[in-house]
Design a protein around this ligand. Structure first.
Ligand SMILES: [Zn+2]
Length: 175
């Protein structure tokens, strides 16, 4: 509402230009076919970057988490964005998330390590455990963030230094 009031004070052609830009933004928003990060092409810049370590995949809840981890400059692997976490209270089950596509990615055999970087909440832990079980028979390492991220913190609200350190100091996942 404040945005609308603000816009009404502007010149009409400015407002129409803004509306056009917003329309294009909404229509052109796409997600990477590999990791489900925001992308303006089929594959995002991170997945396409040959300098990244494609054998290490960091599993996150949201695109904001990708941005938060990128901001730490401590991580050189690639990502897998789930698009949420398992939350029975909100009616979100595993089938609503990009879990099957993660399992398929892992099944191809090119991944050496999967880092479960979900918020340390009950839902985050449930989701980690679910994914861990799905990956249990595969020949890869499953790790999780060091507990620098305070309990119940949303990952992307954690400060960069703490988040960066918790990725560097990651430890084997234990169910
Ligand atoms: Zn991608």
């Amino acid at each position: 509402m404040r945005l609308v009031l603000h816009l009404l004070k502007r010149e009409p052609q400015d407002v129409l230009l803004f509306a056009q830009v917003m329309k294009e933004l909404v229509e052109n928003v796409r997600y990477c076919r590999t990791c489900h990060n925001l992308s303006d092409e089929e594959e995002c810049a991170i997945c396409k970057n040959p300098k990244r370590d494609h054998a290490t995949v960091c599993v996150v809840e949201s695109i904001q988490d990708v941005m938060a981890i990128e901001a730490t400059q401590q991580y050189n692997g690639v990502y897998h964005v789930l698009g949420g976490i398992i939350s029975p209270m909100d009616g979100i089950g595993p089938q609503d998330l990009e879990i099957q596509s993660l399992v398929e990615r892992a099944n191809k055999g090119d991944i050496e390590e999967i880092i479960l970087a979900l918020s340390p909440t009950m839902e985050g832990d449930t989701t980690c455990f679910y994914i861990y079980r799905k990956l249990a028979d595969m020949d890869l390492k499953v790790t999780t963030l060091a507990r620098g991220v305070a309990q119940n913190d949303q990952l992307h609200y954690t400060d960069e230094i703490t988040l960066g350190r918790s990725i560097v100091d990651r430890r084997p996942f234990s169910a």
